[in-house]
Write a protein that binds this ligand. Structure first.
Ligand SMILES: Nc1nc2c(ncn2[C@@H]2O[C@H](COP(=O)(O)OP(=O)(O)OP(=O)(O)O)[C@@H](O)[C@H]2O)c(=O)[nH]1
Ligand SMILES: [Mg+2]
Length: 344
């Protein structure tokens, strides 16, 4: 399945059905009163967060979603039926934004979450409704109310606890493949990864979700390479694992370049906790390793982890560091959450 992380959709809820003007006409029944039924309510448009989706690709093929109209009221006090709803099924992590692309309408983060995006129009009252003591035979009914229509943006921001960032070829996908059951494409050319991938890491009997995204290059925030929009997929992460290729020319420069792009992207990404690791340690001789570690340490302002997905060196340490950050995040979240209401 192809990946799509942004889509624009048009939605319209159903119009309400019109009320009916009708009078009871039966043999032997004199003065049959008004009996026009009310119109039915128009259908609503809902968004629902469902399992098993990780892309918005379905919205490339269908962009218009209209709920059905309510049926008109009929004689003999028959009310019109409610129009059928439509439901937009979206993957977990989808933000629903207004047409301006900024105003958040809903954030779909939990499987099963349902949000009404547009309410169907109310049905009109039939003439039976308007009967009063002074007007025993009203000859008018209401039309139904119109449904609402709007354009919305769907934007997917995958939900992961930790995210991998780095230059192309830094070994991000290889790391994901080493620590999870995910099978990302791995090759020794840049931009092997075009779409983000997720994997579940099980370590020390705990679990977390790790996201692998495409590589960043200089000028990504101006659209160079694959741009930097895919960074949205690590926006929800608690911690970033920044891999710096040990075999690169200068690990310190490589680190700074990526940091520069993360800062240019904004959205709070630069403030996230970051674990820095020098990757592909197995491919370096002792001297080069030492130099690269020293350069990276100077650039990052702390001692980097030394990592090799090939030999497994440093992998448990990296996972432990990530887990510690995630735990820390959970503790902070629990502290910030309002205390539960008092209950007897
Ligand atoms: N020797 C060695 N090679 C590695 C290691 N990790 C990755 N590689 C190789 O480095 C190349 C790039 O690896 P990827 O995992 O595709 O790199 P990436 O960061 O995902 O690259 P993009 O998806 O292009 O951004 C592949 O040929 C891997 O086999 C490692 O620990 N040691
Ligand atoms: Mg990759």
């Amino acid at each position: 399945m192809k990946f799509l992380d942004e889509a624009k959709v048009y939605i319209r809820s159903g119009d309400g059905g019109a009320g009916c003007v009708s009078f009871r006409r039966e043999k032997f029944i004199e003065f049959g009163g008004p009996n026009g039924g009310d119109g039915g309510r128009g259908g609503d448009v809902w968004a629902e967060c469902v399992e098993g989706l990780n892309t918005l690709i379905d919205y490339r093929y269908q962009q218009h979603f209209k709920a059905r109209k309510g049926e008109h009221g009929m004689g003999s006090n028959c009310h019109g039926a409610k129009g059928a709803d439509v439901v937009l099924k979206v993957p977990a992590g989808t933000e629903i934004l207004a047409e301006d692309g900024e105003t958040l309408v809903a954030d779909m983060t939990e499987i099963g979450q349902r949000v009404r995006l547009a309410k169907g129009g109310n049905g009109g009252f039939g003439n039976a409704y308007f009967t009063t003591s002074t007007n025993r035979a009203p000859k008018h009914a209401n039309p139904g109310l119109e449904g609402q229509e709007m354009w919305l943006w769907l934007r997917l921001k995958l939900i992961a606890d930790a995210g991998l960032v780095g230059l192309p070829n830094a070994g991000k996908s290889t790391f994901l493949a080493t620590v999870t059951a995910a099978k990302p494409k791995i090759a020794d050319y840049p931009f092997t990864t075009l779409h983000p991938g997720l994997g579940v890491v099980r370590s020390d009997s705990r679990e977390f979700v790790l996201a692998d995204i495409p590589g960043l290059i200089e000028g990504a925030h101006e659209g160079v390479g694959l741009g930097d929009k895919f960074l949205a997929h690590v926006e929800r992460c608690r911690v970033l694992l920044h891999l710096v290729e040990g075999t690169s020319e200068h690990a310190g420069k490589a680190y700074k370049l990526v940091r520069g792009e993360i800062e240019a992207y904004g959205n709070g990404l630069a403030d996230k906790p970051e674990i820095v690791a020098l990757s592909k340690a197995d491919a370096l001789d002792a001297d080069t390793l030492k130099t690269q570690v020293a350069r990276l340490k100077r650039a990052a302002g702390r001692t980097p982890l030394v990592l090799s997905s090939a030999s497994g060196r440093g992998v448990p340490e990296a996972l432990r560091a990530i887990l510690a950050e995630i735990e820390q995040g959970r503790v902070e979240e629990a502290e910030q959450a309002p205390a539960p209401a008092w209950q007897p």
